[in-house]
Write a protein that binds this ligand. Structure first.
Ligand SMILES: C[S@@+](CC[C@H](N)C(=O)[O-])C[C@H]1O[C@@H](n2cnc3c(N)ncnc32)[C@H](O)[C@@H]1O
Length: 353
């Protein structure tokens, strides 16, 4: 695919903007989260079962592939193992809400300056982050790229979406480097992270910021209750192994900080958050986060595993579904006080670069 047009959309006059980074409550405090011992309900009930594209290429990139009841991208077919259908889009939007709750609505943790910014969101998915960011900064020019053209058409005037493979050489105008590059939840999507970070470095202006947000592909508990969820633990291990075999590892969150340093970024900061996986915490905000996160996790189980287990591990759809049903049962167990670990890493390209 060719390069995205380099001419910027009409910008409104720069206005004085409020800071977009509100104070975040001290949720990254690594202290133990208190469980709510009165609340053994699970959200689902305890035992219930429960490079740009042109018009002529549009039909090609929308010629989606169907497999085992899920829909997958067609541009660079087979390169990405998560579906792009409505169910997966709902999951992405739900997880965006979980982050909003956790981060008190902060869309970026890097200390972005006020005033006009040129922003890139790599692997934008439904584009929900890019839309919110463009809305919150009307004087910014925001670009979102993805393998799938699943983004809405009614979008802020300062936002554009392009179909592009982030692993191919980037072809953005070198005359207009970005002020901020954002990439979120790309575990399982990228083979060569050092190359991706080098491209981000080359395409951000000196003094500009790059931010990566990623969850670990392990769930943890501080009170040893994860041992009550053995199938879930087994699932996460298999998922990690299958993604390694596919050469697009999922469990990469803990490597991001070091990789950013090695790519040449400075002032690299890492924030680590415990995001509860169900409504077990006593703290009302964390309880709400947990309830939404549990819904998102229930949807993630099939999204993340179906193609990997069937294409890479060689399981049948039926075998996979039986296993996933047992995994969901563990996710619904209210006695399991599990949390996901979210890493937010941001760093700046040296001003002298
Ligand atoms: C899990 S979703 C996350 C979406 C979005 N970043 C968010 O946080 O809501 C990952 C997205 O990355 C896209 N993706 C995967 N591989 C990609 C690639 N090589 N280049 C561009 N996008 C890619 C997928 O199509 C998918 O929409």
């Amino acid at each position: 695919m060719g390069p995205p047009p380099s001419s910027p959309p009409a910008r409104s006059e720069p206005k004085t903007q409020p800071e977009i980074i509100p104070e975040v409550p001290a949720l990254s405090d690594p202290t133990v989260i208190e469980p709510d011992t009165e609340d053994l309900d699970s959200t689902f009930g305890d035992n219930s079962d429960t490079s740009s594209y042109t018009a002529s290429l549009l039909s090609e990139v929308r010629d989606y592939k169907y497999e085992n009841g899920r829909r997958y991208h067609s541009y660079r077919e087979g390169e990405y193992v998560l579906p792009n259908d409505d169910q997966e889009q709902d999951r992405q939007d739900l997880l965006h809400h979980v982050r909003n709750l956790m981060l008190n609505g902060a869309l970026a943790r890097a200390p972005l300056p006020r005033g006009p910014l040129r922003v890139l969101d790599v692997g934008t998915g439904t584009g929900i982050w890019a839309i919110d960011f463009a809305d919150s900064r009307p004087d910014a020019e925001v670009i979102g790229t993805d393998l799938s053209p699943i983004q809405p058409t009614w979008i802020p005037p300062n936002l554009r979406f392009f179909v592009d493979d982030a692993e191919s050489p980037w072809s953005f105008s070198q005359n207009q480097p970005f002020d901020y590059i954002h990439a979120r939840d790309l575990g399982g999507a990228i083979t060569d992270w050092p190359k991706l970070l080098n491209q981000a470095y080359d395409n951000v202006r000196p003094g500009g910021w790059v931010e990566l947000q990623e969850f670990e592909v392990t769930l943890k508990s501080d009170d040893d209750t994860m041992k009550l969820a053995p199938t879930l633990c087994d699932f996460l291990k298999k998922l990690h192994e299958a993604s390694e075999m596919f050469k697009k590892p999922m469990n990469i969150a803990e490597m991001h900080k070091q990789r950013m340093i090695e790519a040449g970024f400075e002032s690299v900061q890492e924030e680590v958050y415990k995001v509860p996986c169900s409504g077990w915490p006593a703290d009302p905000l964390l309880k709400e986060v947990g309830r939404y996160n549990q819904c998102s996790l229930m949807m993630a189980i099939e999204s993340y595993s179906l193609a990997l287990f069937t294409r890479v591990l060689g399981w049948s759809n039926e075998e996979t579904q039986v296993f996933l049903a047992a995994v969901r049962k563990d996710v619904k167990n209210p006695r399991v006080h599990s949390y996901c670990v979210l890493h937010i890493v941001y760093g700046r390209k040296p001003a002298a670069a």
